[in-house]
Design a protein around this ligand. Structure first.
Ligand code: APR
Length: 309
């Protein structure tokens, strides 16, 4: 039987992710949205495109959660995106309400799925989704690190004029302004970035990475980035469906790793069919640890705020 991916929220990120999944031929897609007609219209359009992509995957669209039953992967993009001048955290209350509904429904109908949360502020929404769903914490993940790392790789590769494919970099911590791009461990085909680019310039590239989402929001004026986010989600979906055991930075539930408990934070995760199968602990410097903890404290504060409402 073909795998099934349900995507909750048929907006820019959701629909672009659906396109990538269908085009890959890896899984059928169910698109769900509260807006009537939108998921049905986009699903029909995508299904018609599939014949031209020479794949036999198909897409359905619905306003009824029943359509998402028995999914292998559930992607949650439902909610509201940022407007210029807004931080991801400004979306807290509106999106927390959405996520509570979504997580309860999808967990009931697809208890064996791995859930990937994308809605911002993502680390907070991932925690809420896990709490509400009652799912095993290894089966709930947030998408942030893959996107932030791809932005870091892009900016460095533009700087050096090399292919981003040869650039290895990882961004840890929360998917927000306090994220922790690990410049110290970034390499270009094994050559340390710090031996290729000066300290000050690296600091600028790290700063641009931290503001990578905001840079796009301010250009678009309405809405936020979706091509790179969808590509990052797709990388996680394929690692899960193909049981690839890839090591990708994802928001995962920590039970003491990195000295933190009961929080979803961006860390290197081994991704497979069972979700976050292992968390890798990198040795951090004192400064990196401080940044990581600061980012975690900000996430915890927002979780408390969201759950107090
Ligand atoms: N259930 C299902 N869908 C919902 C709900 C809900 N309760 N509330 C809103 N939606 C739908 C909207 O109807 C819309 O189609 O979520 C979709 C969101 O799509 P966009 O507004 O295009 O937003 P998008 O750019 O896709 O971003 C979605 O991902 O990257 C994050 O910050 C971003 O939180 C935002 C999310």
């Amino acid at each position: 039987m073909k795998a099934k991916v349900s995507i909750i929220g048929a907006g820019n990120v959701g629909a672009t992710t659906a396109q990538l999944v269908l085009q890959s031929g890896l899984a059928d897609v169910a698109l769900f949205d509260v807006a009537e007609g939108i998921p049905q219209g986009k699903a029909l359009d995508l299904t018609e495109a599939a014949s031209l992509w020479n794949v036999s995957t198909s897409c359905t669209g619905a306003n009824d959660y029943a359509e998402t039953a028995d999914s292998d992967v559930v992607v949650v993009t439902a909610g509201f995106p940022r407007k210029p001048g807004m931080s991801r955290d400004d979306l807290l209350q509106a999106n927390a309400g959405v996520i509570k509904d979504v997580a309860a429904e999808t967990a009931r109908l697809s208890p064996r799925a791995v859930t990937i949360v994308v809605t911002n502020p993502m680390d907070v929404m991932t925690y809420i989704a896990w709490k509400v769903s009652g799912l095993n914490h290894r089966r709930v993940l947030g998408m942030g690190g893959v996107l932030d790392s791809s932005r870091f790789r892009t900016f460095v590769s533009l700087e050096l004029g090399v292919s981003p494919r040869d650039m290895e970099a990882i961004v840890l911590g929360g998917h927000g302004d306090l994220m922790v791009p690990l410049a110290r461990l970034a390499t270009v085909k094994g050559v340390p970035l710090e031996s290729l680019v000066g300290k000050d310039r690296i600091a600028e590239l790290v700063g641009r990475t931290r503001q990578g989402g905001a840079e796009i929001v301010s250009l678009l004026k309405t809405g936020s980035a979706y091509y790179a986010p969808a590509a990052a989600i797709f990388e996680m979906i394929s690692a899960i469906l193909l049981d690839e055991k890839r090591i990708l930075p994802c928001s995962a539930y920590l039970t003491g790793e990195y000295g933190i408990e009961d929080l979803f934070m961006g860390v290197p995760v081994m991704l497979g069919r069972k979700g976050a199968e292992k968390i890798l602990e990198l040795e951090l410097t004192e400064d990196e640890k401080k940044e990581f903890n600061r980012s975690g404290a900000a996430t915890r504060e927002l979780i408390n705020k969201a759950l107090a409402e």
